[in-house]
Design a protein. Structure first.
Length: 306
């Protein structure tokens, strides 16, 4: 899960105690995120390098906001404008940043295992902001924080995750996070996107279904995922995907009003989720997830550069 220096590489194998520590820290930061309390500048301002080699709006900007709310300084390196475009390797880029004395590197990469490889190559803490299909640990933590705010303790709760599970680092990190917190996880989608082998990720916590209408009534919360066409998932779905697996308004209306709906974003409205459900101010946690994301990233950065 980390490399011993307060890196955060993933949630596979993360203890319940560490997850709860990060969630509690993040919860304490929420009043700052909501503008109800002023930020408390760090006693030792740090320098954070945000190396985003894959597109991002939420994660990239919320790490920037989080660093600044903590009184740290950050620099953003995108997919263009670095010497990677001249052929420098991903790991040499990290070594270069480390040699400058940055206090932590936040990295998003298309390469599964890229964050872990970087952590082996440098001495400063590495925070995984999404590595290929592997993990997106801060997304799962922010989802857990948003869920906890609505449902309380997640022990024994059933969280339904719907859509392109196979290609989703969000799903993988959520599975390990939710399982560590004692939740039950139902994965639902067409068989090519939710193969039975996914049970092995957390055999005691997961169940799998290809029938959304059958599993919706059992859910305490519903997390809809985007079909990741950029990872080749489009070929696995038919034209009837939205009918079979979309959270349409009619489906949402059959759910108890207290069941929250989550989506990590970006959403394809009208495909995996109807616009009316995505924007429902009572049921949808989408924008609350974004706010929780800043608090979680503050907690993760505070731990990394303490
Ligand atoms: N949920 C998420 O990772 O969104 P971005 O790709 O916009 O960062």
């Amino acid at each position: 899960m980390d490399s011993g220096n307060c890196s955060l590489l993933g949630l596979r194998g993360a203890s319940r105690a560490l997850i709860l520590e990060l969630l509690d820290r993040a919860e304490a930061f929420l009043p700052i995120v909501q503008g109800e309390e002023p930020p408390v500048p760090a006693t030792r301002p740090a320098f954070i390098a945000n190396l985003f080699l894959e597109a991002s709006t939420r994660t990239r900007c919320s790490f920037e906001v989080a660093a600044h709310r903590l009184g740290h300084t950050s620099v953003l390196l995108g997919p263009s404008g670095t010497s990677i475009t001249k052929g420098e390797s991903f790991l040499d880029t990290a070594r270069t940043l480390d040699a400058m004395g940055v206090d932590a590197i936040v990295v998003r990469t298309t390469l599964a295992g890229g964050a872990a490889a970087m952590a082996k190559a440098v001495g400063c803490p590495i925070i995984n902001a999404g590595d290929g299909r592997n993990e997106h640990p801060t997304q799962a933590l922010l989802d857990a924080l948003a869920l906890r705010g609505r449902l309380g303790d997640l022990e024994g709760r059933t969280i339904l995750i719907v859509g392109d599970i196979l290609n989703s680092r969000v799903a993988r990190s959520n599975i390990w996070c939710l399982a560590a917190l004692g939740a039950r996880i139902t994965l639902c989608g067409p068989a090519p996107l939710v193969p039975g082998t996914m049970m092995a990720l957390a055999p005691d916590a997961i169940s799998i279904s290809d029938d959304l209408d059958a599993v919706l009534p059992e859910a305490d919360a519903v997390m809809m995922l985007r079909v990741q066409r950029e990872r080749g998932a489009g070929a696995s779905i038919g034209e009837d995907y939205a009918t079979a697996y979309g959270l349409t308004l009619a489906r949402a209306n059959r759910l108890d009003r207290r069941v929250p709906v989550l989506h990590p974003g970006p959403a394809n409205k009208g495909v995996e989720i109807a616009a009316e459900v995505h924007e429902d101010p009572e049921r949808s946690l989408v924008l609350w997830q974004v706010a929780c994301g800043v608090a979680v990233r503050m907690a993760v950065l505070a731990r990394a550069v303490a």
